[in-house]
Design a protein around this ligand. Structure first.
Ligand code: XMP
Length: 520
């Protein structure tokens, strides 16, 4: 089973030579409205051909082509006639495989470099003769393979781009996929055009195709979907709802640990937008009781996960009492598929990123309509489906919710305090237009800390909250966001004025690593 949901989209295979480059290339291809799929460099060529690729891109990678065990171009690739574009390591591996010369010139290049375009090649047609590109390499191609024209150079790298349009083969030493390469996207677009890729990967088509695929998979069966309030489960549910209507039942377990307005977003706005059949379980009392006296973060996570499963299983039993429901909808995204080793076999149910995760012994067939999509595509699909913007653009929020943003025991009063402070921070960040610049901004209540303050005529003895605004690409690493002082000032003033229990607002200026994004 491949990841590709589709047959009528032209497919570009991105051959992964390691490091983080392949995903970015795949995203850039999709930004050109062409479907792309990442495959390992160990995949035999016949398997690649079975995917009917219109074009192939060889990604960058951390190796030197001379290193022992360096990944090689799949045997027979260049005999297939499929247009192929080598990037960085992929360029060197391609040049070497075709009889060119790759050498350690000692002239390593890292960072922004000026590229000079030579002649009138296909990849640079109509682009400036001198442009800034992003480089990151030690080895260099010093001799182009026979039949190839050298179409660009830099001071340190005389052979910075080559092409043989008659054979449909192209290569560049720089990284067209990074934004620091001024015309990188245009170069990529020229390759896709030369390969004859049609720009059919549009949101409308993507959603329609996903709906069709769900219809084919579920037939006249019934499905269940747990909604978390987040964008992934919401978009997945909306697609399945479009496909099978009220044979989908959604379950929303309100654990009482969501932020202000989020439960209403699910119960009211999402239902209004989609017409989904929804069972709401107000389980906040139950979660609070289970969390009473607990301060250890991992213990909190375990308890929240365990309670979630119990409530979900009760709901499942109730749903099945009306007739069998064999399918479980999951909002698995393409990066999860790639990172867990590709598109085959039965998917694991994510544990960390769902509320607690679901147990393995729930015997369901998984329906994963987002399995081929990147996060930004999921958000655009959500817009296409008419979901509430607040849901579509919601920043990442941990499954255990505010439970792990209260340092100390979780109580109903503390949740109320944190919810108010968090709502103010969110409102002011949105008002300042910072939503798309900030990856997420946890607000953390230091519930066991009190400090002295003065308000009006009296001393106060209140709690601090921590603002943790971060910028990030993928949450694996993060930097603290440089939020303008006046915005911080407004947040601080409003929180200390409007939330009686809080008398101090502090800002976390730690990057990740060493700090994590969340405090617990
Ligand atoms: P950390 O704190 O590890 O967070 O830097 C990385 C990303 O993961 C989110 N996160 C969680 N998500 N369950 C989740 O579903 C969890 O237990 C959990 N802990 C952290 C966090 O918000 C950030 O986006």
């Amino acid at each position: 089973m491949g990841v590709s949901p589709v047959s009528e989209f032209d497919t570009v295979l991105v051959v992964d030579f390691g490091a983080q480059y392949a995903q970015l290339i795949a995203r850039r291809v999709r930004e050109c409205h062409v479907y792309s799929e990442i495959v390992p460099s160990t995949m035999p060529v016949p398997e690649m051909l079975a995917k009917n690729p219109k074009a192939i891109i060889l990604s960058g990678g951390p190796s030197s082509v001379y290193a022992e065990g360096a990944p090689a171009v799949p045997v027979g690739l260049f005999a297939t006639g499929v247009p192929t574009f080598g990037i960085c390591y992929g360029f060197q591996a391609m040049a070497q495989a075709l009889g060119g010369i790759v050498d350690k010139t000692g002239a390593a290049e890292f960072g922004g470099t000026s590229l000079e375009v030579l002649g009138d090649g296909v990849l640079f047609a109509g682009l400036p003769a001198v442009q800034s590109v992003w480089m990151s390499h030690g080895d260099s191609v010093v001799g182009a393979p026979e039949g190839f024209a050298v179409t660009a150079s830099t001071e340190a790298t005389p052979v910075a781009a080559i092409e043989n349009p008659a054979r449909g083969l192209y290569g560049v030493q720089f990284h067209p996929e990074v934004l620091h390469s001024d015309h990188g996207q245009a170069v990529l677009q020229r390759f896709l055009d030369a390969a004859g890729c049609r720009p059919s990967w549009t949101m409308l088509n993507i959603v329609e195709e996903a709906v069709e695929a769900v219809r084919r998979q579920v037939g006249d069966g019934r499905a269940i979907c747990a909604l978390s309030g987040g964008v992934d489960s919401a978009v997945a549910a909306a697609i399945v709802q479009k496909a099978i209507g009220d044979r989908l039942t959604c379950v929303f377990v309100d654990h009482g640990l969501l932020r202000k307005g989020e439960a209403e977003q699910v119960e009211r706005d999402f239902v209004a937008a989609t017409g989904v059949k929804l069972r709401v379980v107000d389980a906040s009392e139950r979660f609070l009781k289970a969390l009473a006296g607990v301060v250890d973060p991992e213990e909190k996570r375990k308890i929240i996960g365990r309670e979630f499963i119990r409530v979900f299983e009760d709901e499942q039993r109730a749903i099945v009492a009306d007739g069998p429901a064999d399918f479980l909808v999951q909002g698995t995204l393409y990066p999860d598929v790639v990172e867990s080793g590709g598109g085959t076999g039965t998917a694991n149910i994510k544990s960390h990123h769902n509320v607690g995760g679901l147990p393995d012994d729930l015997r369901f067939q998984l329906v994963e309509p987002l399995r081929a999509l990147f996060k930004d595509e999921v958000r655009r699909a959500g817009e296409q489906l008419g979901l509430p913007p607040a849901m579509v653009w919601r920043q990442p929020f941990p499954g255990p919710g505010l439970g792990i943003r209260i340092i100390g025991e979780v109580t109903a009063e503390r949740l109320d305090v944190l919810r108010e402070a968090d709502a103010i921070a969110r409102e002011e960040l949105s008002r300042a237009g910072l939503d798309r610049d900030i990856w997420q901004c946890p607000v953390v209540l230091l519930a066991d800390v009190r400090s002295v303050g003065v308000q009006g005529d009296g001393r106060t003895y209140g709690h601090p909250v921590v603002l943790r605004p971060v910028t990030s690409e993928d949450a694996m690493t993060a930097d603290w966001a440089r939020v303008p002082y006046d915005v911080l000032s407004r947040i601080s003033t409003r929180i200390t004025n409007e939330v009686r229990e809080i008398n101090r607002v502090v800002v976390d200026v730690t990057s990740k690593p060493p700090g994590t994004i969340e405090w617990e």
